[in-house]
Write a protein that binds this ligand. Structure first.
Ligand SMILES: Cc1ncc(C[n+]2csc(CCOP(=O)(O)OP(=O)(O)O)c2C)c(N)n1
Ligand code: SF4
Length: 283
């Protein structure tokens, strides 16, 4: 196995921080126990493991606690408007197809105000790696429910329980035409890094849904306990999609479980390559 930071945490983790983060922007704003830092680090580690040239990486975010990650990461970065990260990223990828364009987004940012950009970026299969830090709630603005808040859960805007059904982001990405889709968690860090690496290797639109903790709003509102207890729940209730399929687990058995792992990995024409073909033809 590669000699990753996770194999020698004490020494190499600090190297990763110095190399990939803007240390002058630290300390970060995230609450103690917030899962977003774990996902940010997994993204940086995946970029590092793939040996990408930092100058060829562009990280785009919208607005939210999750979107603050772009400010801490030492690559070409844009911190844009709420819900619009994929629109900015689309422009960047079209102008500079040689860049590895990565979007970091929250569940609200990506699937509520940014939902339309999401479905069309996936439909076009444009070469963007979209990483949704899903904490099931709007963190930055105080705990409103999002399109990924489970039914019956509590939020500041659903004090008696959320009656809206949540999107299944894996199914949404698949239906819209994304060519790579995986769900990872802050508990399964090694697997998360590997799947982010695979997403970065896909030529077209890749979605990573990163299950993250917001102990401050989602956790407190829903009496989920401490950040550690939330992660223990994830550990005890996650089932890999491959295992679920191999063992023929029924939908009834999987109800209430968190299905993780790689859901889709196919090859389809990538948008900027198709666009270039048109340019070559007409010029
Ligand atoms: C156009 C616009 N609408 C609303 C807001 C207010 N706003 C800022 S962050 C946010 C929600 C963030 O939630 P999410 O995207 O889930 O990210 P999290 O903070 O949970 O990481 C909202 C509604 C804004 N900044 N701009
Ligand atoms: S409010 Fe929630 S999402 Fe935002 S930093 Fe705090 S724990 Fe993280």
């Amino acid at each position: 196995m590669a000699n990753t930071v996770l194999d020698k945490p004490a020494v190499l983790a600090s190297d990763l921080i110095k190399k990939c983060l803007r240390v002058n922007k630290l300390p970060h704003i995230w609450c103690p126990g917030c899962g977003h830092g774990i996902l940010m680090r997994a993204v940086a580690q995946a970029i590092e493991n793939k040996g990408l040239d930092k100058d060829k990486v562009c990280i785009v975010s919208g607005i939210g606690c999750s979107s603050r990650a772009a400010g801490y990461m030492d690559y070409n970065t844009l911190h844009t408007a709420h819900g619009r990260a994929l629109a900015f990223a689309t422009g960047i990828k079209l102008a500079k197809p040689e860049l590895h364009v990565i979007v970091i987004s929250g569940d609200g940012d990506a699937t509520a105000i940014g939902g339309n950009h999401f479905i069309h970026a996936a439909r076009r299969n444009i070469g963007i790696t979209c990483i949704v830090f899903n904490n099931s709630i709007y963190g930055m603005t105080g705990g409103q429910y999002s399109p990924l808040t489970p039914v019956n859960d509590l939020a500041t805007t659903a004090p008696y329980g959320n009656i809206e059904r949540a999107f299944d982001l894996m199914k949404l990405a698949d239906a819209c035409g994304a060519t790579y889709a995986a769900r990872v968690t802050t508990y399964h860090v090694r697997e998360s890094i590997k799947l982010i690496e695979k997403a970065l290797s896909n030529k077209g639109f890749s979605l990573i849904e990163g299950i993250s903790e917001c102990p401050t709003y989602y956790g407190r509102k829903n009496k989920k306990g401490t950040a550690v207890q939330i992660m223990e729940w994830v550990r005890d209730n996650s089932i890999d999609i491959k295992k679920a399929k191999a063992e023929g687990m029924t939908a009834e058995y999987l109800k209430g479980k968190l299905i993780i792992g790689e859901f889709k990995n196919v090859v389809e024409p990538e948008y900027t390559e198709e666009y270039q073909k048109i340019l070559d033809r007409v010029r």
